[in-house]
Design a binder for this molecule. Sequence first.
Ligand code: KG4
Ligand code: ZN
Length: 353
Amino acid sequence: MDRDTLILGIETSCDETAAAVVRRFSDGRGEIVSNIVRSQIDEHRAFGGVVPELAARAHVIHLDAIIARALDAADTSLADIDAIAATAGPGLIGGVLVGLTTGKALAAGSGKPLIAVNHLEGHALTARLTDGVTFPYLLLLVSGGHSQIVLVKGVGNYERWGGTIDDALGEAFDKAAKLLGLGYPGGPEVERAALGGNGKRFALPRPLLREKRLDFSFSGLKTAMRLAAESVAPVSQADIADLCASFQAAVTDIVATRARQALDRFAETYPDLTPTFVVAGGVAANRAIGTALAQVADAAGANLVIPPPALCTDNGAMIAWAGAERFALGLTDGFDSAARPRWPLDQLQRDPM
Ligand code: KG4
Ligand code: ZN
């Protein structure tokens, strides 16, 4: 695309109602013009996890106002927007339907093109918006809904090298927190509790780690954690700290090992490139995991890129940016685009280049 474009992005696939306006310059750089996120943590806190029906209802109630605020904050209106990008999956289907249908309605009403964005592609391409990263690069996505290792070769061009066979890493943090009576979301609570704890006190398992494949499994760890907690019941504050520290030590070990293996594979695939290793998703905010990944990247001679926390967690800018990258390649979608609960990254329409 030989001109600057302005894209509106809409995200409703989980528990954030979000909209943003992003500019893509003709040279490929990007800029966030506005980025409005309304978290539903208060709606879901009492349940210790996201309740899909409540999430969809909250999106219905708040999305229109969030979009209006995003346009306002960008000092623009639909008339000046080039295309409308909305998450079409994967995610909680009720929420995806709310955002995608709203995107279609706005596109139809304004006569602008629609881009049905894969939420994972939004996470995958964010580092190009924030850090101008070039293809190919390695992505570790660790959030409440996903744990994946992906080779990012181009827009719409992904190789999934590994994923979780049960729980996502963020979900494992949330379940560990719930088990110990800590708050929601669990990741930050476990990290805080672990600070004063002894990570060597409980020998928790590292599932799948002896296998070569780049997959994760966290459900056995969760069970081991429950058994460890039961073995010292009733748990004291010190026990909770040690359990959290032991849990965090186990998952840090798992993630660091997989990252090392993935970087080895990247080096075999692209022997002449300095690897770029991008980490995204809410769990990227964890300092123990971040420190371990920095060491792994350093040892592999890789550039580690972790976008700022607000862009690692779900937001509208990542959807607008993925839309902008697609739009620049002429990839737009019809009003018959389906909302999809599942939509693996390696099934996307490819950059025709
Ligand atoms: O990316 P995200 O905001 O939402 C999606 O799941 O898409 O990720 C939220 C997840 C939650 O499971 C939360 O517990 C986890 O990220 N998380 C953390 C930390 N902050 C958030 N996990 C570990 N340590 C943290 N500091
Ligand atoms: Zn996400």
